[in-house]
Design a protein around this ligand. Sequence first.
Ligand SMILES: C[S@@+](CC[C@H](N)C(=O)[O-])C[C@H]1O[C@@H](n2cnc3c(N)ncnc32)[C@H](O)[C@@H]1O
Length: 295
Amino acid sequence: MKTPPVCNYEGSDYQESFWEHGNRAYEDAAEEIALKHLLPSGNGHLLELGAGAGRNTHRYKGFEHITLLDYSTTQLQKAKEHLGVDEKYRYVAADVYRLPFAPGVFSAATMIRTLHHLSDPQLALKQTNECLFNDAVFILEYANKRNIKSIFRYWFNKQEWDPFNREAVEFVELNFDFHPATVKEWLAQTGFNVEKQISVSYLRTGFLKRVLPLPVMRTLEHVLQLTLSWAAYSPSIFLRSQVVNQNKPENSSTFFRCPACGHYPLADTPPILVCGQCEHEYPAKDGIYDFRLDL
Ligand SMILES: C[S@@+](CC[C@H](N)C(=O)[O-])C[C@H]1O[C@@H](n2cnc3c(N)ncnc32)[C@H](O)[C@@H]1O
């Protein structure tokens, strides 16, 4: 199966340049508030898709196990250094278009700041649904093309693309903004029932971040999330969905599947996992499983 191209973060200093030195304390706080509202009272096993350097991982309280999945091994390495050695965490390098998990193994999943790199979101959502069990919760963040700034830019001829048009807009290669109605449609088509929406980061402007202290921004953000979430005109939207009952197999001891041929079970035998059907080999080195194909 040929899969779409991946936005490659291998060797990237994203965590440092964007978050730690990029004046993004407000955005980070805004996401923390949204996650607090949306996260299920954790238990079971959570899958974090596009986990990057694990910036959000400590927010997933109560889960017995968390699997961090990212295409970039260097991001996962950073996450490992940041979270420390703990049996609770598992690190998996893989493509969201070809997930290496057996059906129904996770009780929850999150995908934050990752959908905007996907040219085929439906394929990734379908893969995600498959490895979640019935009634599992999925928290998805996406970049909203129909945000206030883009609407004004469009009205004043500063931007060519129409924020009300339901097509995705690729503003830089492999960077997409999506329309709220389209994302909800994709979720419904891939077996999710959207339960709750939170509009996040309404105050994301350089001016407000300069003039208002962070605690004030945080309080305002909290109020805006409570009052204006229905409107979905913010640059970032969080959705909580539940997997629609599909009579999937109950969570079993089988965890991995072969992303090359789809066969499972795939025995967890580091330092090399070998598929019993296609004999594809996957290394597991320094605590990071590597299921990437096409390298
Ligand atoms: C903008 S970063 C966000 C990281 C983290 N979720 C956060 O909010 O700090 C996007 C992440 O998605 C990962 N990613 C992009 N495309 C991917 C794919 N097809 N499969 C797996 N990971 C992918 C990148 O490697 C990167 O770490």
